[in-house]
Design a protein around this ligand. Sequence first.
Ligand SMILES: NC(=O)c1ccc[n+]([C@@H]2O[C@H](COP(=O)([O-])OP(=O)(O)OC[C@H]3O[C@@H](n4cnc5c(N)ncnc54)[C@H](O)[C@@H]3O)[C@@H](O)[C@H]2O)c1
Ligand SMILES: C[N+](C)(C)CCCC=O
Length: 502
Amino acid sequence: MAQSTLDSMPGASTGTVVVTEPLNFWGGKRVKPREEKNAEPVFEPATGRVLCQMVPCGAEEVDEAIQSAYAAYQKWSKMAGMERARVMLEAARIIRERREKIAKLEVINNGKSITEALVDIDIAWQSIEYYAGLAGTLAGQHIQLPGGAFAYTRREPLGVCVGIGAWNYPFQIASWKSAPALACGNAMVFKPSPMTPVTAVILAEIYKEAGVPDGLFCVVQGGAETGSLLCHHPKVAKVSFTGSVPTGKKVMEMSAKSVKQVTLELGGKSPLIIFKDCELENAVKGALMANFLTQGEVCCNGTRVFVQREIMPQFLEEVVKRTKAIPVGDPLLESTRMGALISKPHLEKVLGFVSQAKKEGARVLCGGDPFVPSDPKLKGGYFMSPCVLDNCRDDMTCVKEEIFGPVMSVLPFDTEEEVIQRANNTTFGLASGVFTRSVCHESALHTDWTCFINNYNISPVEVPFGGYKMSGFGRENGQVTIEYYSQLKTVVVEMGDVESLF
Ligand SMILES: NC(=O)c1ccc[n+]([C@@H]2O[C@H](COP(=O)([O-])OP(=O)(O)OC[C@H]3O[C@@H](n4cnc5c(N)ncnc54)[C@H](O)[C@@H]3O)[C@@H](O)[C@H]2O)c1
Ligand SMILES: C[N+](C)(C)CCCC=O
């Protein structure tokens, strides 16, 4: 049951876990892949060792999962919101109880520090708890019409929803998508990233243990091909996608063919604006939070750090001192603050951005190199030292493109008007941040999208999260997300005779 993979977790250390159980889940149980021939190795980022094999699902398996989800949807959608809420609350309770074990498995698969993974798992169960609270509140309107006639509206589920996830927050993404979907009475078939296949199936087992009908939350493994089978399937009503802009465009295009609803949570190149009247200590802490969580592999990171020229020297001195002091290493140690990047190719890509930045005239103030921890078992891991780049200009590659690694680009500015214009000058639109002691709601409103004031990268589940422009549309978390997983049905009732024009 849900304990299977987790059973090996309490004593587990980096470099010791191998996952052999099947990673697909539908019909209420783990399902072995039909054919092993396309198996791909999945690596533990901290050691470079093979953690498990990911076998992509083909058309028949995808169809089986969707049929199983559809059957569960027929039962689940007929239950009262309060009944669904009770099951979801039980799922949230089980996750809370097993948070350490799930977090450990997440670290082993993703490479982030255990301190962060614990927070991710907490945000995951909180999301399920939050939407359980909303499940019983779904209601419509009663509208009086002439002659005693009336109309009413009902909030109805969409049907089978598909969730497609990225690798940076595997368990959290699966929870953020399934929680509102299930609260509204839908079923979900979730496809994790092929690089992080191991924790979504734990969530599936927990939902089952909590009492959802068999098939309500299914997991199919695979990459682009499996994802595309899901987007094309005629029984799927909605696709909620988290990933890069190019893939998001393809998902939208495929979903358009059968007019499926789409939510797109895509990439970003967010600005963080630090005014000279800020509380510098907080601004420095904010800049670190905006750049180095999950080894910098965070969609909403504030990687363009605009600092008002007068405080640039003090800011740089402090931010560089603290960046150099970040403990990089074994992600399962409590003292570690930065773990390993997701894969060798990704590490090389991020290091390539640093080299390109140097060629274009940026100055490396610290980091930006491969890092080899002293522990011999970590020698094959994908580590790098966190990097601060100075002398940056708006036209540099490191300032324009999403790096998705621990690289902060610092840019000077003089006036508010100038910085707002520069901050908004991007095709992305996910997040922004402002540090100042003066009332700054004005600046917040001038940046074109979500804005954190005097903090960064906090995401309580009650608060909607999502993008503008090329960063996508639709929202996750918050009350509004109910609208993205339900549809409004109108019923009009005549109480008199029909007045026909014919
Ligand atoms: N806005 C957000 O909430 C958010 C959160 C996390 C990550 N991201 C973004 O995700 C990106 C990094 O994640 P990634 O490298 O996993 O992204 P990606 O686009 O490569 O992959 C995302 C998912 O899409 C699947 N996929 C790939 N091709 C597909 C296709 N043709 N049809 C259907 N599915 C397909 C992948 O297998 C994976 O599960 C970054 O750009 C990051 O900013 C955004
Ligand atoms: C929880 N964070 C840090 C806001 C990240 C949300 C998901 C983005 O990659």
